[in-house]
Design a protein around this ligand. Sequence first.
Ligand SMILES: Nc1ncnc2c1ncn2[C@@H]1O[C@H](COP(=O)(O)OP(=O)(O)OP(=O)(O)O)[C@@H](O)[C@H]1O
Ligand SMILES: [Mg+2]
Length: 301
Amino acid sequence: MTGASTVSETSIVGIELIHRGKVRDVYQVSDEQYLLVATDRLSAFDCILPTPIERKGAVLTAISSFWFDKLKDIVPNHLITTDTNEMPESIRNIPELRGRSTLVKKTKVFPVECVVRGYLEGSGWKDYLATGRISGHELPAGLKQCSKLPEPIFTPATKAAQGHDENITESEFAEIIDKETASYLRSTSLELYQKASEYAATRGIIIADTKFEFGIDKDGEILLIDEILTPDSSRFWPADQYEPGHAQPSFDKQFVREYLETLDWNKQPPAPPLPDEVAAATTARYLEAFRLLTGKELPKA
Ligand SMILES: Nc1ncnc2c1ncn2[C@@H]1O[C@H](COP(=O)(O)OP(=O)(O)OP(=O)(O)O)[C@@H](O)[C@H]1O
Ligand SMILES: [Mg+2]
């Protein structure tokens, strides 16, 4: 289903689709390359909404690419190019793929999510309420929902094929992969979060938490993969409205969530469509996230 200038689903003749995520379509371009295509699908309350968000795929692609460049001195990454003119002809010739496609080095993915939290929200907040700790990290008593943590913590999770990822301790993490790699992924994730969150803070955005994935390429090198530090893989909060003690407005999905809460919808699929003005306001939010982070307007693809 594709609206005037949105893309909800892609297909590329002659290239194998290997995975359709909630937002991204993943293709195998060759033995060594994948194409990650960010569509304009939006999920809220874990459901994909029937209304695509104009320019969302382009914003997500550009934000990840911005960070890959900014953080490349910390760890090598999988990005080859986001310029479709440099891609195989079967991709280059499809206008819909422009601006939303990332050609990457294919890797064998470590089956763990490398989550870093600087603030207390989501499953971290739930675990803290239940046990006073997250992934084995003992935390001070009396923290509120969305409190800033004394220091960022690494709280890995399993990559569940279906359903929700499960938080694991650092020793469980080290059992899934080897000890030395586990220690490298942990310190690298913390360093990436530190550098990115310090930068985002200077641009008025709090990165409350985020998730990284790593894989190993054909030469045995560990690469940072997937999308990084986007509103889809992280919690972005507007810094000027930050106040612990309750949920924060989400940078990108605020209007969507507020609208959906006004409906008598049980949060089970199928999700209801969004009114035009909610979709347009959400596009504006994504564009603003890009502008704030990078200091530039997102060029039209
Ligand atoms: N360089 C890479 N090599 C191998 N796999 C990769 C690479 N980069 C990303 N991936 C994989 O591509 C997949 C992207 O699909 P995913 O299901 O995360 O899509 P999504 O739209 O982000 O959905 P969700 O919102 O459910 O996370 C992930 O399984 C990720 O591990
Ligand atoms: Mg994903």
